[in-house]
Design a protein around this ligand. Structure first.
Ligand code: ZN
Length: 675
C-alpha cells in the first residue's frame, strides 16, 4: 500500500528552520510540461555513511534501474518500441528545434517518459500528441532500417501500420487501466498484463480454480504473471530468470548479488538471498518467505524494495507492477516516531474516549522515517511519500508490516511549493501565514506519525461486533478516527514532554490548515457538480464541517468574507481541540459498538455534499495560481571513484542532470528488453 500525495501537499507552507537540507541553494525545480512538474530531491546525510553503505546503495541503485524496461513493457506492449523510436528522433533531429511541431513532439516525449509509456501515470488515459502524423512519418523517413526498433521479420511499413494508430488514434488503447465494472476490464485495459483475446471471466475462473479457501497462508496468485491464451487455453507466463523479462531480471540479480556482498548484517543478507532465489524461480512461496524475513529486519540502516509489488496497474488487482525504492534510515527523524510509539499506552490511557472502548494493551505500529536514495520502475518519476508493506494480509497479521515516511521527498515537495502563492490566496491573515510558515512542515509530519503509529492502532471493538459493521462508511470513519486522534494530541503538552514538538502553540498551524483544507481547498480535486467520494477526503470534510457546526454558537470557527472572498477564521483553538475530542469519542463509540446508523448519519450529513457556490469559488481562485497538479522526480546520479585496481574508493552524488539527460542515460545504460 502506498500513500500518494496527501491533500496537505497540494500547496504546503513549511518551516525552513527544520529542513535538513545541506545546501541552501539546492535547486528543486528541474522541468515543467503539460500538467507535470519534475523536481529533484536531495539525499541529506549521504556523506556520513560508511564506504560499505555507500557501495551497497550504489549496487542497489543499479539493481533498481536495471528493471526499468519491465514497467514500460507491463504498461503497454508497444511502449519500448515507441520509446526507442521517439528517442532516436529526438537525439538525431536536424530540423528547426524552435518549430511548433518539434516543441509539441518534445512535450509528448517528456509525457511518455513520465508515464513509463503512452498513458498518463495517474488518470491512465492515453496522451494526445499535439504534432501531426505527417511530422512523425517524415522524421521516421530519416532513420535507416538498421536503427528502427523492428521486431523479427517486421518491415518498416508494418512497423508504421502498427505504431501510428497506437500513437495517434484516440480509440486505440485508450486507457491503460479500465476500472469501469460494466465492461470487461481485462479486455478493455491497454496494459500488457493479459495477452490478446483473454477475457475477465476466463482470468477469474482460472484463479478461482487455483485458490483454496481453506488455505490460511495463500500465495499472492498472479502477482508475477502475465495471463495469456495458448491454443485456446489460459496459461500463466511467469516473470523470472528463465521466463518473461528474464534478461532484465538477470541484471537485477547480478546487482542484488553485489549488494549482498556488502550487506550490513546476516538478516539483510538472508532476505537478499531469498529475493534472488525468488527472482530465479518465480516461486511465490519464496516471495512470502522473503517478505517475512524483510519485514522482520528492523535493525539495518539501508533498506529497499525491488520487485513486483503494488497491483494498482491491474484492473483485477493481482499482478504486481515492477518497482524499486532504495533508502536508508533517517535516525534523527526516526527518533520522533520511536518516542511516539514507545508512549503508545500513555496516549491510549489519556484519550477522550470512553474507557470501555480503549485498548488495555496497545502496541504502536513500528514506523520509521527514511531518506530515499533511488526511485525506480513504477515508483518513478511519480512517487509515493509513504509506503506500508508487505501487502499480503496473513503476513501482516502474523509478522507485522513496515510503515515508512519518505522525508526527503516530502521535503522536496514542500520546498518546491514555497512562494507558489497558495497561502497568500487562501490564508486569512499574515500572522496565520507566519505561523504556518514556521510550523506546518513539522506539525504535518507529526500528524502523519500520530495518525499511522497510534491513531489506527487505538481503540477496541466490543465483543461480538463485526469489524465490517460500518460497511461502506468503514474507511471514512476509520480515517476520521485516526485523524482525530492525531489532531487531539498535537495540542497536548505530552509532545513537549517527550521532545517531539518544541512549541506548545505550534499545533495551531495544523488546526488552521486542517480546517482550511477540509472546508475549502481540497474541493480543488472535485469536478464541478460532483460529490466527495474518496474516503480520506470525506473524512477531512466530515471533521471540518462537524467542528464548524458544533462550534457555531461559541464562534469557535467561522467562514468569513473579505473583499468578496471566503476565508476560514479560527477564534478559539482551545475550544476547537475540545470539539475534536468530543467527535473522537463519538466516532470511537460508533466503531466499538458497530453503530452503522449513527456512522452513516455522520457521513451523509457532513462528508459528502459540496456547496456549489463555494466549490466554484475555490476552483476559480486555484486556477489563478497555476500550481501543477502532478509532480515527480529525477534521481541523483551515483558517481564512483576508483583506484588503479578498479576498487571503489568513494561514491558521490551528482545533482546536475536534466530530465531529458536522465531519461536518455537510462535508455543508454539500462536497456534490457530489446531495441
Ligand atoms: Zn490512515
Amino acid at each position: 500500500m502506498k500513500n500518494l500525495l496527501p491533500a496537505m501537499f497540494l500547496a504546503p507552507a513549511l518551516s525552513l528552520q527544520v529542513m535538513a537540507t545541506e545546501n541552501k541553494d539546492f535547486n528543486y525545480h528541474v522541468d515543467n510540461f503539460a500538467d507535470i512538474e519534475v523536481l529533484r530531491y536531495e539525499v541529506p546525510e549521504f556523506n556520513t555513511l560508511t564506504l560499505q553503505q555507500k557501495k551497497m546503495l550504489y549496487y542497489l541503485s543499479q539493481a533498481a534501474q536495471a528493471g526499468r524496461d519491465i514497467i514500460w513493457d507491463q504498461n503497454g506492449k508497444y511502449n519500448l518500441q515507441i520509446r526507442r523510436l521517439l528517442e532516436d528522433i529526438y537525439t538525431g533531429y536536424t530540423g528547426d528545434k524552435d518549430s511548433e511541431e518539434f516543441k509539441a513532439f518534445e512535450k509528448y516525449l517528456k509525457q511518455v517518459w513520465f508515464g513509463n509509456g503512452i498513458h498518463h501515470h495517474y488518470s491512465t488515459d492515453k496522451f494526445t500528441p499535439e504534432f501531426s502524423q505527417a511530422f512523425l512519418e517524415n522524421c521516421i523517413e530519416q532513420i535507416p532500417d538498421s536503427r528502427l526498433p523492428l521486431l523479427e521479420g517486421q518491415t518498416r511499413r508494418q512497423l508504421l501500420d502498427t505504431l501510428l494508430p497506437v500513437i495517434f488514434d484516440p480509440t486505440v488503447m485508450a486507457k491503460r487501466v479500465n476500472q469501469d465494472g460494466t465492461t470487461d476490464v481485462v479486455a478493455t485495459s491497454a496494459n500488457n498484463l493479459y495477452g490478446d483475446g483473454v477475457t475477465q471471466i476466463e482470468v477469474e475462473e482460472y484463479y478461482n480454480k487455483l485458490k483454496n479457501p481453506a488455505d490460511e497462508s495463500p500465495v499472492s496468485y498472479g502477482l508475477n504473471a502475465k495471463v495469456v491464451k495458448e491454443d485456446g487455453k489460459i496459461v500463466e507466463q511467469h516473470y523470472h530468470l528463465n521466463g518473461l523479462y528474464g534478461p532484465a531480471i538477470a541484471k537485477i540479480i547480478y546487482w542484488l548479488d553485489m549488494a549482498k556482498s556488502v550487506a550490513e548484517n546476516d538478516a539483510q543478507r538472508a532476505y537478499i538471498t531469498k529475493l534472488i532465489d525468488y527472482y530465479i524461480t518465480g516461486d511465490l512461496r519464496l516471495f512470502d518467505e522473503y517478505s517475512i524475513l524483510w519485514v522482520e529486519d528492523t535493525d539495518s540502516d539501508i533498506d529497499f524494495v525491488n520487485g513486483f509489488i503494488e497491483s494498482y496497474g491491474d484492473p483485477l488487482g493481482m499482478t504486481g507492477s515492477w518497482e524499486s525504492y532504495v533508502n536508508f534510515k533517517n535516525k534523527e527523524a526516526s527518533a520522533r516516531t520511536e518516542a511516539i510509539s514507545s508512549n503508545a499506552q500513555w496516549f491510549e490511557d489519556h484519550s477522550p474516549v470512553n474507557p470501555t472502548f480503549r485498548k488495555p494493551n496497545v502496541k504502536g505500529v513500528s514506523a520509521k522515517v527514511i531518506t530515499a536514495a533511488i526511485l525506480a520502475g513504477d515508483a518513478y518519476p511519480s512517487t509515493a511519500i509513504g509506503i506500508n508493506l508487505p501487502n499480503t494480509n496473513w503476513i501482516r497479521a502474523a509478522h507485522g508490516s513496515k510503515s515508512v515516511t519518505l522525508e526527503n521527498i516530502t521535503e522536496a515537495y514542500a520546498m518546491a511549493s514555497k512562494g507558489n502563492g497558495f497561502n497568500e490566496e487562501f490564508v486569512i491573515d499574515q500572522p496565520t501565514i507566519d505561523l504556518m510558515d514556521k510550523w506546518l512542515y513539522t506539525t504535518d509530519m507529526l500528524h502523519t506519525d500520530l495518525h499511522e503509529c497510534l491513531g489506527h492502532a487505538s481503540g477496541r471493538l466490543m465483543p461480538g461486533v463485526d469489524q465490517d459493521a460500518l460497511k461502506e462508511n468503514g474507511s471514512t470513519l476509520e480515517e476520521a478516527r485516526a485523524d482525530l486522534f492525531a489532531l487531539y494530541y498535537l495540542a497536548d503538552p505530552k509532545l513537549q514532554e517527550i521532545g517531539v514538538l518544541a512549541d506548545p502553540e505550534a499545533y495551531k498551524a495544523e488546526y488552521y490548515k486542517y480546517m482550511l483544507n477540509g472546508l475549502m481547498t481540497q474541493l480543488n480535486r472535485i469536478e464541478p457538480g460532483k460529490d466527495i467520494e474518496e474516503a480520506h477526503m470525506r473524512n477531512r470534510q466530515l471533521i471540518a464541517q462537524w467542528v464548524l457546526e458544533h462550534g457555531k454558537k461559541d464562534k469557535v470557527v467561522e467562514l468569513v468574507k473579505k473583499n468578496g472572498k471566503t476565508y476560514v477564521k479560527i477564534n478559539d483553538y482551545k475550544k476547537m481541540r475540545e470539539l475534536l475530542g468530543q467527535l473522537l469519542a463519538e466516532i470511537q463509540r460508533i466503531k466499538s459498538e458497530g453503530d452503522y446508523k449513527a456512522g452513516n448519519e455522520l457521513v451523509q450529513k457532513y462528508a459528502v455534499k459540496v456547496d456549489p457556490k463555494l466549490h466554484k469559488e475555490v476552483l476559480d481562485r486555484y486556477a489563478k495560481l497555476d500550481i501543477p497538479p502532478y509532480r515527480g522526480f529525477v534521481n541523483p546520479v551515483y558517481v564512483l571513484t576508483t583506484d588503479d585496481n578498479g576498487e571503489i574508493t568513494d561514491v558521490t552524488l551528482d545533482y546536475t542532470e536534466t530530465y531529458p539527460e536522465q531519461m536518455l542515460r537510462l535508455s543508454r545504460d539500462f536497456t534490457t528488453l530489446g531495441y
